[in-house]
Design a protein around this ligand. Structure first.
Ligand code: PXL
Length: 280
């Protein structure tokens, strides 16, 4: 088989979400669905169901580094995707590893809290992310709450930056591009805005779906990483990944008593006539 026909390889650093809604499992499903081969570097374990995160345990940083190094010495990677990090030590270890691969696009999803509000990163981890990872990031994908938290000047009580200003500061801190998602904003449509060094590049508005979803951010960031690994430019990668994510959410399903999960393989299932799996 020609090497050209092999799927592009994407290395993911993320935590396990055993519910299959978010985290590493979301990344693996999304990347596979979009024609990539995922390499999984586990950063933490969580205990959770579709209703909430009960506990998290960071993997030892040496183990995180060893998982990545073994694979990077063996295979050629076309993109990196980083999700929940687990500890400051893991952030330092990952920052050192990716610094050896400056030409590989890196999508950083700054997982600060779950969609349900559980904290998944400490203030020390946020500071380490800003200092060690942002300068190496090709695309940062915060939601609007994360964007504000990442840039807020705590020494200045009057600091209330709008989203364009947040993006400007995040680019100033070293991210090449920033995609701020608008799910948490009080707007009829969900507007996601891509910024670069010269400000806004594109803004895409999407019909707001009625359900509460778990794993939408992981799905979007992984879909963008897949598109970059497949050779799309940033604006095209972001636009196409939003379309994919919206469809995965619109085809979402509710496997338990909590949130809806995206169906990243919506295209593999032919809908029955009259079959409506989206929340009413
Ligand atoms: O959605 C962000 C996220 C990422 N990774 C893991 C998570 C969550 C949210 O709950 O549990 C492991």
């Amino acid at each position: 088989m020609s090497q050209d026909l092999l799927p592009p390889i994407v290395m993911v650093f993320a935590a396990s979400d055993p519910s299959g809604g978010a985290g590493l499992q979301a990344d693996i499903m999304t990347l596979s669905s979009m024609g990539c081969h995922p390499l999984s570097v586990l950063t933490a374990l969580t205990v959770q169901d579709s209703a909430g995160v009960e506990d998290a345990l960071a993997i030892d940083a040496d183990w995180v580094a060893d998982q990545a190094r073994a694979l990077l010495e063996d295979m050629s990677v076309s993109a990196f995707k980083i999700g929940m990090l687990g500890s400051v030590e893991n952030i330092a270890a990952i920052a050192e590893i990716i610094s050896d691969y400056p030409d590989i696009p890196l999508v950083l999803d700054p997982v600060l809290a779950s969609g349900r509000g559980e904290e998944l990163a400490s203030e020390d981890m946020i500071a380490a992310m800003r200092e060690l990872l942002l300068p190496q990031t090709t695309l940062l994908t915060p939601n609007s709450l994360e964007a504000r938290r990442l840039v807020l000047d705590e020494a200045n009580d009057d600091d209330d930056p709008d989203l364009a200003e947040c993006a400007r500061r995040l680019v100033g801190a070293g991210a090449e591009f920033v995609l701020i998602t608008g799910t948490h904003e009080n707007s009829t449509q969900v507007v996601n805005s891509l910024y670069g060094e010269n400000g806004l590049i594109r803004a895409d508005a999407w019909e707001r779906l009625p359900g509460s979803y778990h794993g939408s951010g992981c799905t979007l960031a992984s879909a963008i990483a897949a598109n970059l690994a497949n050779g799309l430019d940033m604006a095209e990668a972001v636009r196409d990944a939003q379309d994919y994510t919206w469809q995965a959410l619109a085809n979402g399903f509710r496997p338990g008593m909590g949130q809806y999960l995206p169906d990243r393989f919506f295209w593999a299932r032919e809908p029955e006539p009259g079959d409506a799996r989206t929340p009413a």
